[in-house]
Design a protein around this ligand. Structure first.
Ligand SMILES: [Zn+2]
Length: 203
């Protein structure tokens, strides 16, 4: 989204409708400073007032976000570009999430390993052993639901049989046997079980 272009477009449409910044602001119950910020490309209108703003400026939300009146000719191209941009953003966010998962997994795994080694190798009373092992298990148990949540929502799982890519429910992800991120789950498309790989881009 091009904020500068959107800002210029808002100014252009406001003037075309014979409104001052103050008049437009009053109609929307906001300050004229906010309008000025949009028009200078410093901020975007809040989504809660976008519909009303578009109504006043006599444009569609698609026009507003494109920074121009969208004709049938450029409509498809525009919406495709916007869609592509959204997909790109999602993929970037998914990659970051999966990297974070590894990091969080390691952070929870280290105390577990340390406590397990100490608890099981250093001679001490049994109750102390139990306390040490437990205190290593707790961070791991706390982290696991978060880690699984990330695996569920980031990217897609791909069926080995029909190559169908999908976002599964939390429960099958939780229940499935897995090796790393590859999980043995049932494909919702062909209903067959397979070891499904995690993929970030859908194709
Ligand atoms: Zn399948």
């Amino acid at each position: 989204m091009n904020q500068i272009k959107i800002g210029r477009f808002i100014a252009e449409r406001r003037k075309a409708n014979n409104l001052t910044q103050l008049q437009l602001a009053e109609k929307l119950n906001i300050t004229d400073r906010a309008v000025s910020k949009w028009e200078n490309g410093k901020s975007l209108p809040d989504s809660s007032i976008m519909l009303e703003l578009c109504e006043i400026l006599k444009i569609s939300v698609n026009d507003l976000l494109s920074g121009e009146v969208v004709t049938m000719e450029n409509y498809n191209k525009n919406s495709e570009e916007k869609l592509l941009e959204m997909v790109k953003e999602k993929q970037k966010a998914d990659k970051r999430l999966l990297q974070m998962e590894v990091f969080a997994g390691v952070m929870a795994g280290i105390p577990f390993a340390v406590c397990a080694v100490i608890g099981l190798t250093v001679p001490m009373e049994e109750w102390k052993q139990a306390v040490i092992v437990l205190s290593g298990i707790i961070p791991l148990l706390t982290a696991i639901p978060f880690l699984l949540r990330i695996e569920q929502v980031a990217g897609f799982y791909e069926c080995r049989h029909c190559r169908h890519q999908y976002v599964p429910e939390y429960k099958p992800v939780f229940m499935a046997p897995h090796i790393g991120r590859t999980r043995y789950m049932r494909c919702p498309e062909c209903r067959k079980y397979s070891w499904q790989k995690k993929v970030v881009s859908k194709d």
